[in-house]
Design a protein around this ligand. Structure first.
Ligand SMILES: [Zn+2]
Length: 350
């Protein structure tokens, strides 16, 4: 973002280092059967019901809506982590194609898990393999250690090495995953994305990049990661709550500052920049903002700056409030229809 040829109101494209595009249809979803009383409840009553209800048509429009929202926020690259246990095969292609149609860069992975049984874990691994073998840009996804058997973690790690990519995995987000450290110690590598790390010990001994998702952590009441204590590179993600990375930066700063009154916005700004280690091409994308200068100390407090022009890989994909490649109105209309199908399914789910 500190490229010399940028104008005062320009940045590179922003990177969302951890997203769940499948959750873009979730706002407005029916309330869960009972009020969640813990993070585990939130997973079981909200997200693990939603992912079971997804089919590929819902996923297509969810991903297009998420991609549209990213571009409208100046985010040109998304690192996605996907799960749809009843629509696994081909799901990563659906996400990649949806993003390509709208024009946003994406790195895809399927979150392998044993919580639906061994066969389902195998199918998840195979979807990662199939997608990477076909030349897709991605990583090998793993849901989290606490829903995976040791042989599944090992298989995911080996698959990633075979394709020269890292593993994208939730780590120690809540107290259910306190064993993550021990279980990943001998597997993790520098190219892994360790998402959350809230409950990691300072001397965890893991390798990889921490992805900090401050709003999601607050929303799930899992605690504050204070990620800078972990001694690893830190990137910023949204964990599926949109892809507005300047907003996530502001939240990261506010939460950091609550923890340490001497902290400065330069630290969370550096976390935004770490995204270019994961999707380097985004550094050459351009966003022209409604006003400048682009300065972390200003942006931490200016809440209404908006993209005016977004250029990805040399092509203008957003200008004067409109997408150039796809019809935003159509995406919103179709996504709303799919959301209704999804909500009806959730209402009828036991
Ligand atoms: Zn996540």
């Amino acid at each position: 973002m500190a490229l010399d040829d940028l104008a005062a109101n320009e940045t590179s494209g922003l990177v969302c280092a951890h997203h769940h595009l499948y959750s873009a249809l979730a706002p407005g979803m029916p309330a869960p059967p009972r009020t969640p009383a813990s993070f585990r409840d939130i997973l079981e009553l909200v997200w693990w019901r939603l992912d079971r209800a997804l089919d590929l048509e819902m996923l297509e429009w969810s991903a297009k809506l998420g991609a549209l929202e990213a571009i409208e926020s100046g985010t040109t690259a998304i690192v996605d982590h996907h799960e749809s246990p009843n629509a696994i095969e081909g799901s990563l292609d659906v996400i990649a194609n949806a993003c390509a149609e709208v024009g946003v860069r994406v790195n895809c992975s399927y979150g392998v898990t044993d919580r639906h049984g061994k066969e389902s874990a195998q199918r998840g691994l195979e979807e990662n393999r199939r997608y990477l073998a076909s030349g897709g840009t991605g990583m090998v996804g793993v849901h989290a250690t606490f829903t995976c058997e040791p042989d599944t973690l090992l298989a995911a790690s080996e698959l990633a090495q075979n394709y020269g990519v890292g593993v994208h995995i939730h780590v120690a987000e809540g107290t259910d995953d306190l064993q993550a450290n021990d279980r990943l110690k001998d597997l993790s590598r520098d190219d892994w994305l360790l998402v959350h790390g809230v409950h990691l010990e300072d001397d965890h001994g893991l390798n990889g990049c921490i992805v900090h998702n401050p709003r999601s952590n607050m929303n799930n009441s899992v605690g504050y990661a204070a990620p800078h204590r972990l001694g690893l590179p830190i990137a910023l993600g949204t964990d599926g709550i949109g892809a507005a990375m300047l907003e996530e930066f502001r939240i990261a700063y506010a939460r950091l500052r609550e923890h340490d009154v001497a902290a400065t916005p330069e630290l969370p700004w550096s976390w935004l920049e770490t995204g270019y280690r994961i999707i380097p091409e985004a550094v050459n994308d351009r966003v022209t903002w409604s006003h400048g200068p682009i300065d972390p100390w200003r942006l931490a407090f200016q809440t209404n700056i908006k993209p005016q022009l977004v250029e990805i890989d040399g092509e203008v994909v957003y200008t004067e409030g409109e997408l150039t490649r796809a019809d935003a109105m159509e995406i919103r209309t179709k996504a709303a229809e799919q959301a209704q199908r999804l909500f009806a399914k959730l209402e009828n789910m036991v």
